[in-house]
Design a protein around this ligand. Structure first.
Ligand code: AP5
Length: 213
């Protein structure tokens, strides 16, 4: 199974990609998670990416392309979550998959309005140690502000302030919607209504994706 996950910031791409990866035993590659790990470890990549991410801008294509190519060489089954985000990245991905004799099965678009994502993201909290994602309204930790898995204090992402989220949404409209159109022309887009409850979205996705197993 080779899938792409699209949707505005806060649409639920990470939440759903984790469930699909577990259900269908495929690798979940989140470029946002890879970058955040690099930032927290203080690597060269992290140092380059930190300020760009905090502003809500996109990390340069050549950096992202190199990172993703490295992963794709090793994998036969994957979900790419957060990549490609520009037409340049989409064209690079096409060339790379061709070289590797691989092909995308489907590109899933999780469709949610700007107001809903702003609301969701302002309530998102993450565990800085294990990466588990929470929501103070829809997915609270069992114990106040502590990660259910490792007990670490959960925090807000640096790019989750409302003004940055609205900026990220604009970046998505300008750069990533044309990528979605590109995959639509290639008949790869499957749209799910991301405004439903998490469990409803998951159910719909599992039903749709079984055919690619
Ligand atoms: P990235 O981490 O990819 O950010 P994003 O695309 O903006 O997506 P998010 O992680 O914010 O949201 P999500 O859709 O995964 O939602 P989630 O499941 O967490 O990228 C971050 C930055 O890295 C970028 O801004 C850029 O700088 C850089 N970057 C990354 N990839 C790049 C690339 N390819 N090129 C260049 N730069 C790149 O859910 C959100 C919240 O809502 C959670 O609290 C969750 O619990 C809750 N929730 C989820 N689903 C539901 C539901 N159905 N109902 C109610 N609540 C829900």
């Amino acid at each position: 199974m080779k899938l792409l996950f699209f949707g505005p910031p806060g649409a639920g791409k990470g939440t759903q990609a984790k469930m699909v990866a577990e259900e269908f035993d495929v690798e979940h590659i989140s470029t946002g998670d890879i970058l955040r790990e690099a930032v927290s470890k203080g690597t060269e990549l992290g140092k380059k990416a930190k300020a760009i991410m905090d502003r809500g801008d996109l990390v340069p294509d050549e950096i992202m392309n190199g990172l993703v190519k490295e992963k794709l060489i090793e994998l036969d089954s994957f979900i790419l979550d957060g990549y490609p985000r520009t037409l340049e990245q989409a064209l690079f991905l096409d060339r790379t998959l061709k070289e590797l004799n691989k092909e995308i099965d489907a590109a899933v678009l999780i469709d949610v309005s700007e107001e809903e994502v702003v609301k969701r993201i302002s309530n998102r909290r993450v565990c800085p140690k294990c990466g588990k994602v929470y929501n103070l309204i829809t997915l609270k930790p069992k114990e106040d502000e502590k990660c259910d898995v490792c007990g670490t204090k959960i925090v807000q992402r640096d790019d989750d302030k409302e003004e940055v989220v609205r900026g990220r949404y604009k970046v998505y409209k300008a750069n990533t919607e044309p990528v979605i159109e590109y995959y639509r022309k290639n008949n790869k887009i499957i749209t799910v209504n991301g405004a439903q409850d998490v469990e409803e979205v998951t159910k719909e996705l599992f039903n749709i994706l079984r055919r690619f197993k």
